[in-house]
Design a protein around this ligand. Structure first.
Ligand code: GLN
Length: 217
C-alpha cells in the first residue's frame, strides 16, 4: 500500500515503524476483502486464514461479517473450531464484526441449534436482532475511546448484545429509535466485537484501535 493511499483517509495515522503485526482474516465466508484492505491501511500485515497451520502463524485474527451459521459450519469442516477456541483461551487478540461478533459470543439467541460459538467474550448476542434484511440501517454512534467524533455505522441484518458480562466493556450503544440503548460494540481484554461493519465505511478507527491493541501485546 503506498503512502498516498494511506493519507487519503485522514482518520488513519501513518503506519508505525517496527514490524507490522501479522493479522489473520478468517477467510471461510463473508466480507474478507474489506477487512484485509482496512488492516493494510492501518499498518498491519493481513493474511488469509483457512487452515489450522495458518491460524497458528498469526498474531491476531479478524472474524468478518457474513453469515454466522455458514461460518460455524465451515469452521467445523475446516477443523478450525477447536484450534480457534484454544487460541482465544490462550489470549490471542480478535476482532469480530457482525457475524464475527455472533461467533465470538458464548451464548447466541435466535440461531440454529447446531451453530457453534467461540466463547471469546462473556456475552449473550441476539442474532438478526434488528429484524430482517430490509431493516438494515445506518446511524452515527459515539464509540468509547475513539477520537474524531461520532462514527458512521452500517448495520446489515445485525445482532445486538443482550447481556454483557462483568469483565466486558461496552463501547457503543444505539443512540435512538426503537432499539435505543442496545449494546453494539464491546471489548473484553484484547477481544473486540461490533454489531456493525467498520470495514465498509472508509472510517478505519476501529481497525486502528485493534491493530494498536495487537501491538500492545
Ligand atoms: N445475520 C447474519 C448472521 O446471522 C449476520 C449479518 C452480517 O454479518 N452482516 O450471521
Amino acid at each position: 500500500m503506498n503512502e498516498s493511499a494511506v493519507f487519503q483517509d485522514s482518520r488513519v495515522a501513518a503506519p508505525d515503524s517496527g514490524d507490522p503485526p501479522t493479522i489473520g482474516v478468517l477467510a471461510l465466508q463473508g466480507d474478507v476483502r474489506e477487512h484485509v484492505a482496512a488492516l493494510d491501511l492501518c499498518g498491519a500485515e493481513p493474511v488469509l486464514v483457512r487452515r489450522p497451520a495458518e491460524l497458528a502463524a498469526v498474531d491476531a485474527l479478524v472474524l468478518p461479517g457474513g453469515e454466522s451459521t455458514a461460518i460455524s459450519k465451515l469452521l467445523e469442516i475446516f477443523e478450525l473450531l477447536e484450534p480457534l477456541r484454544a487460541r482465544l483461551r490462550d489470549g490471542m487478540p480478535a476482532f469480530g464484526s457482525c457475524a464475527g461478533m455472533i461467533l465470538l459470543a458464548d451464548e447466541v439467541l435466535d440461531t440454529r441449534p447446531d451453530a457453534r460459538h467461540l466463547s471469546g467474550i462473556d456475552m449473550t448476542v441476539r442474532r438478526n436482532a434488528f429484524g430482517r434484511q430490509v431493516d438494515s440501517f445506518e446511524t452515527d454512534l459515539d464509540f468509547a475511546g475513539l477520537e474524531g467524533g461520532p462514527m458512521r455505522a452500517v448495520f446489515i441484518r445485525a445482532p445486538w448484545v443482550e447481556r454483557a458480562g462483568d469483565g466486558v466493556e461496552v463501547l457503543a450503544r444505539v443512540p435512538g429509535g426503537p432499539a435505543a440503548g442496545r449494546i453494539v460494540a464491546v471489548r473484553q481484554g484484547s477481544v473486540l466485537a461490533t454489531a456493525f461493519h467498520p470495514e465498509v465505511t472508509g472510517d478505519h478507527r476501529v481497525h486502528r484501535m485493534f491493530v494498536d491493541l495487537v501491538r500492545a501485546r
